[in-house]
Design a protein around this ligand. Structure first.
Ligand code: NAD
Ligand code: WQD
Length: 349
């Protein structure tokens, strides 16, 4: 049995709640810190319902150094998985300072609290957004980073900060180095197979899958397909969709890797977490119709500003170094999204 304790920042959120389930099921003790700015504590009640195990919840803000110091004092934390952050691209363009303050400054406070508590194993939620428009549509970790919106820039800045912190300690404290995995997610969708936890967006969803499932259940009238004139086989945008449960399993594999010989001397390494293949918007609509038997009312609309035609992951480094790859299918992603949507038509409310 694993007796390690993981602090999950943002653990009440969409991906964080799924991570808590997998961590508890793998035998980790779980401590969550979340200010509930984009989530509900009900998600954590459901996590405990699914697993039959308890976790420790601190409702606090990662920008509060005293609250973090208290958590590190109360709990014997071995590793931190850092999900807490704001994530809406459009909102980040309208309120950039709020994003820099919450994501970048919040991460600084967390890193400082970890240094103080001498907890130096970290798994960080980064994003494929950090790549911007690289030389090929299949993204490889060594590509230069050139994010094209404030949200993406917060992720790239946090990555830079973590690389710098890690490099500094490798020089001055080689006996006690940082061990950091930067996980660059592609497009997480789906939900836990129980249908008890899932993505619960506030208001009208920005992302494709929550939008499609709200059209299917009748909460929204029609999907706008943003552009059908991209240079892709059916003209609609192509993305690398990844089941959220596969995604969070990658975090557990990352913890194992951080504790292996590969990271014995410390380090900070980025890994793509994606399937390595893409589906178009219309592929997703058709899969949703086929798996659920629902008809999705959609229309072709103009392109959405800032969207790229196509990108997907080269996930080979994660396979090689983390022993991780996706296991779930497109049908699993759709069926699990639909189970969550139908069991919880109003989300957690
Ligand atoms: P989410 O909004 O559902 O979860 C984030 C959680 O962090 C929420 O529960 C929120 O209340 C909490 N939080 C935010 N700021 C906080 C703060 N200052 N202090 C304490 N808690 C705070 O988002 P998610 O989809 O679960 O994403 C988790 C992480 O993964 C984020 O960092 C996001 O940027 C990253 N990511 C998400 C996606 C995606 O498509 N969902 C893709 C790539 C990367
Ligand atoms: C997917 C495809 C749209 C909605 C975003 C963030 C990214 C990451 C994941 C955090 C695109 C099309 C969408 C709709 C549509 N998040 N679409 N109609 O834009 O790839 O990535 O979420 O890190 O940073 O930018 O995901 O789900 O919004 O869009 O046609 O109503 O669906 O144009 O081709 P995206 P998405």
């Amino acid at each position: 049995m694993n007796s390690q304790t993981v602090l999950v920042t943002g653990g009440a959120g969409y991906i964080g709640s799924h991570a808590c389930v997998e961590l508890l099921q793998a035998g980790f003790n779980v401590v969550v810190v979340d200010n509930l700015c984009n989530s509900k504590s009900e998600a954590l009640a459901r996590v405990q319902q699914i697993t039959g195990k308890t976790l420790q919840f601190y409702q606090a803000d990662i920008r509060d150094p005293l609250a973090l110091a208290n958590i590190f004092e109360q709990e014997a934390i071995d590793t931190v998985i850092h999900f807490a952050g704001l994530k809406a691209v459009g909102e980040s363009c309208q309120q950039p300072l709020r994003y820099y303050e919450n994501n970048v400054y919040g991460s600084m406070v967390l890193i400082e609290a970890m240094q103080q508590a001498n907890v130096k194993q970290l798994v960080f939620s980064s994003s494929a957004t950090v790549y911007g428009e690289p030389p090929s549509v299949q993204y490889v970790e060594h590509f230069p980073l050139s994010p094209i919106n404030p949200y993406g820039r917060t992720k790239a800045m946090i990555e830079d900060m973590l690389r710098d912190v890690s490099a500094a300690d490798q020089l001055v404290k080689p006996e006690n180095p940082w061990k950091i995995a930067l996980l660059r997610y592609f497009n997480p969708i789906g939900a836990h197979a129980s249908g008890l936890i899932g993505e619960d967006p506030n208001g009208i969803p920005n992302n494709l899958m929550p939008y499609v499932s709200q059209v299917a259940i009748g909460k929204l009238a029609q999907l706008s397909v943003f552009g059908d004139d991209y240079p892709t086989p059916d003209g609609t945008g192509i993305r690398d969709y990844i089941h959220v449960v596969d995604l969070v399993k990658g975090h557990i594999k990352a913890i194992t890797a951080l504790q292996s010989d590969k990271f014995a001397a410390g380090g900070c390494q980025a890994y793509n977490l994606g399937a390595g293949k893409g589906y178009s918007v219309l592929d997703m609509v058709k899969a949703f119709e086929r798996v659920t038997g629902q008809t999705i009312n959609y229309k072709i609309a103009p392109r959405r500003a800032g969207d790229l035609a196509e990108f997907f992951a080269d996930p080979s480094l994660a396979l090689q170094e983390l022993d991780w790859q996706v296991e779930k299918t497109l049908d699993d992603m759709v069926a699990d999204t639909w189970a969550w949507q139908t069991k919880n038509p109003q989300g957690y409310q």
